[in-house]
Write a protein that binds this ligand. Sequence first.
Ligand SMILES: [Zn+2]
Length: 644
Amino acid sequence: MLDRLTRSWVLRLGRLEEVKNMLRARCRPKSEELVIGIGEGPTAADRHEARVSDLGEDHGWHSTSSAANPVVDPQALPAPAGLHPCKSGAPVLSREDSPGGRGFATLPRGPDIDVEFSLDLNLPGHDAERVDEDGAREERERRIRVVQAKDARFDGWFFIAVVTTRVYCRPSCPVVPPKPENMRFYPSAAAAQQAGFRACKRCRPDASPGSPQWSERADLVARAMRLIADGVIDRDGVPGLAARLGYSVRQVERQLLAELGAGPLALARAQRAQTARLLIETSALPMGDIAFAAGFASIRTFNDTVREVFALSPTELRHRAGRGLAAAAPGGLSLRLPFRSPLFPDNLFGHLAATAIPGVEEWRDGAYRRTLRLPHGRGIVALRPGPEYIACQLSLTDLRDLAIAISRCRRLLDLDADPVAMGDLLRQDSALAPLVQKAPGRRVPRTVDPGEFAVRVVLGQQVSTAAARTHAARLVAAHGEQIDDPAGGLTHLFPDLTALAAVGPATLAVPQARRLTFSFLTEALASGAIDLGVGCDWEQARAGLGALPGLGPWSVETIAMRGLGDPDAFTAGDLGVRVAARQLGLPATPAALTRRSAAWRPWRAYAVQYLWATGDHAINWMPADGRGGAAPGPGFRQRRKEPA
Ligand SMILES: [Zn+2]
């Protein structure tokens, strides 16, 4: 291994830091020490591939790739001697020639030149098994410390089960921590349930925010988790999940089991149990309706599962919840969406309100409201920020959509993010540090529907925010389905993609070039030629979008950032970003700023939020209370050429 690491290529020291930042973020190594090496690929064709190995810790390796060599799946390659692919599964770096212009990983190939970094371990004497054992022990000790400190940042990252009480908890459970020897750790609630543990009644581990990994990562396991949260297994079964991912059922099962300790069915069952609990506790629905809405095949499996997971019957659960819950609007549900603190709400809600499409979205009585198109029906949601949770008022035409609606609202508000890790990294840049200090926990305002978002980006190209809203509102009035909103002023669903693909471009009051882009985009989305769904492959989606006429890097990266939810998407050419960069003394040309932004990886989308926030415009303000969408401020137009 050593000679593989020390010959062949130069790794520049600047890049080494970038690679280390990426690794720290993606794999969560257990110590600060990282050993990074580069080496030959397994075949001559792979000679541009570089190996990045975290030898001291989880003992895995990643592959990188280059222009000459498309992204390599480390799982598909023979591992270097003594190493297995890193558990996070993802290649760390991406192609320099990818449409988003990402990537710094193309390493120059050259003769045998000294590698410009030192290896921290004495590799030849390294014993793989000992490292695995040491690593597992250190990880266990770290988790014990987290539980003893009741550190809420790790809620959702792992679950702790107590062998004496047979109960599993979130790490921050308020109950006195058990003795370390009685602790067991599980990577998912489903795995703890399968091992025979029941959910703690105090800390409600199933209601923790989701692990940030599933929204940050681009690999198979994360894509699968996003799809499961979106209800794909309940609708199409495990084969449907595997088909969407482009893998076999066995491959998907094996990878989920390896990483989460539970297969897809157990993960979906855990989600059904949690949905059932929500409905039992927050609605007055009969139990039979709840069983159906939560996705259970029969009342009996519903009763059995609830008893197994929560150690209470459905009726007992409802009784315990008591009357503490406010009555929701008729047909509505009142929920709390948890998040990891801190959360700075101003730009999040400000952006959504300032760009709201009349009829589809509005700011009303301190809440952002919008209509939802869901697999079984439609819905209206009102989301109101609070210091401890986001209050969520949902009305749905079909309760089977509940879990999906919640999952989409969480994605919209970026609620599974890990603001502490992100803030720690961005604060290391002296230009960003004061901005993060002033408003820790900014989120990326995202979307409930990536297809809708992409269409809005096109409508918003090179026009003012007001004009973009007008174009979108016209489209909605002409092609959207009408919806009743007794509690507010919403009138329509955003048109579905099939309807949009059938729209005669000539009827759009936009320039000819934009009409063409609109047609190509809606056609590609409606036919499935481009997939922007929660389980899509981000790089493929970028490549597909970038190949359409009229979608440049700005549009593609904006869709990646807010539509796909890639936390590392970066709009270097954005006018607002460049103005902010100049004011802060950062490089202002896109190329130079992109180079500087390497230190912000993999959280460059959050850096964009901090840069935008230096401007004086409506997207940064919590809207004033009032009826209808907030009017965009005058400064907003000048900041961004293509507001979305
Ligand atoms: Zn607990």
